[in-house]
Ligand binder design. Structure first.
Ligand code: SF4
Length: 369
């Protein structure tokens, strides 16, 4: 069982906080899409004989593509890779791309899950982030999408300077009232080399406040628990039956193939990532060369990755999967977190409490081999 990720590196405009690989000019789009088709063909052996259970169009903004462009990619995947009976096929979309015609076309292509980049339902927040959509598009696009798709997730961002707890509550309750079955909620991170970082350094924008972010995360967990969502990964909440199969496979250490500039792949033993440059990527693929760097994981790296990802999930870290020495060390370190109320022991599993989730990365780092 495996997944395929396709990176579509085009966006309408640059959100200030974003550090993904994308360009805002569609100038070389046709050549790049041709290269994606070719990479799908060139890498047909990467997943061995694994069946593909999930396909994810991410970016960038894949909803910018014309239906025919998306269709070619879907058809190429179907013709080159063995798919399971009911694959999950997710399309990342932005509210400004959503209309009835596109929704019907996406459905007809076999897309069965939409991930909508709402971020906030408030105009001032969207402008602060330099999103391409406005507040009414945020709301109306989700309403419209629900007429075509059951399986929808939206992204929301908290911890931004303009977002009071009252506005945060309204954002979350708008989502739950709309009956959106899955939410991905992220604390705003000021990434290096982003326009956001530059503007904060220049004093043009206010910096984020970590205490406010922690407070809004705690509120979020309570509100969504009350609304019947399962907090199945630190940033992800789902109504029963609506967990993301694609992202869950990442966290379970399954294989995935990443196609396109900057896309990452994992074959169970090594990770590799394509060059994050559209022109160089396209030129190299057209000469039948995949432009990538690779890292073979050591046993220690594999264990540390497992600690990091499993602690972020609702199931937690399964001690029985570790060798005796590692398990003994982990149990000794975990004791202080259990005593401090940051972690619980459920049979063989170590699970973070709500307060522990605020410190997940630091706790995982201390547990590393
Ligand atoms: S739309 Fe998404 S990928 Fe594009 S700039 Fe904004 S956050 Fe980044």
């Amino acid at each position: 069982m495996a997944g395929i990720y396709l990176h579509i590196p085009f966006c309408r405009q640059a959100c200030y906080y974003c550090n993904f690989h994308f360009v805002t000019s569609p100038r070389h789009k046709n050549e790049l899409l041709a290269a994606l088709l070719k990479e799908l063909e060139l890498r047909r052996e990467y997943l061995g004989d694994s069946t593909v259970e999930t396909i994810y169009f991410g970016g960038g903004t894949p909803s910018l593509l014309e239906t025919q462009e998306l269709r070619s990619q879907v058809e190429q995947i179907r013709s080159v890779y063995p798919l399971s009976d009911n694959p999950e096929i997710t399309l990342e979309t932005n509210p400004d791309d959503i209309n009835g015609e596109k929704l019907a076309a996406w459905k007809e292509l076999g897309i069965n899950r939409l991930s909508i980049g709402v971020q906030s339902f408030f105009e001032e927040d969207l402008q602060w982030m330099n999103r391409a959509h406005n507040a009414s598009q945020a709301f109306e696009s989700v309403q419209m999408a629900l007429q075509y798709f059951d399986n929808i997730t939206i992204d929301l961002i908290y911890g931004t300077p303009l977002l009071s707890n009252e506005k945060w509550e309204q954002n979350v309750s708008t989502a739950t009232r709309l009956n959106i079955p899955h939410l991905s909620c992220y604390a705003l991170t000021v990434e290096p080399k982003t326009p956001l970082q530059k503007m904060i350094h220049q004093g043009k924008l206010q910096d984020v406040n970590p205490d406010k972010q922690s407070e809004q995360f705690l509120l979020l967990m309570q509100w969504l628990k009350d609304a019947g969502y399962e907090h199945y990964e630190i940033s992800n909440f789902a109504r029963p039956g609506f967990r993301s199969r694609h992202n869950s496979a990442y966290w379970q250490g399954k294989k995935y193939l990443g196609i396109g500039p900057s896309a990452h792949s994992f074959d169970g033993k090594s990770r590799q990532w394509n060059i994050a440059n559209n022109i160089q990527y396209t030129a190299s693929i057209l000469q039948n060369n995949i432009p990538f760097e690779k890292e073979v994981l050591t046993a220690t790296q594999k264990t540390n990755e497992y600690i990091m990802t499993s602690l972020r999930t609702i199931e937690g870290l399964d001690l029985s999967r570790l060798d005796d020495i590692t398990r003994g060390k982990l149990q000794a370190i975990a004791k202080k977190y259990i005593d401090a109320g940051l972690m619980k022991r459920n049979d063989d599993f170590l699970v973070l409490t709500k307060e522990g989730k605020l410190l997940a990365d630091g706790i995982a780092a201390e547990l590393f081999s």
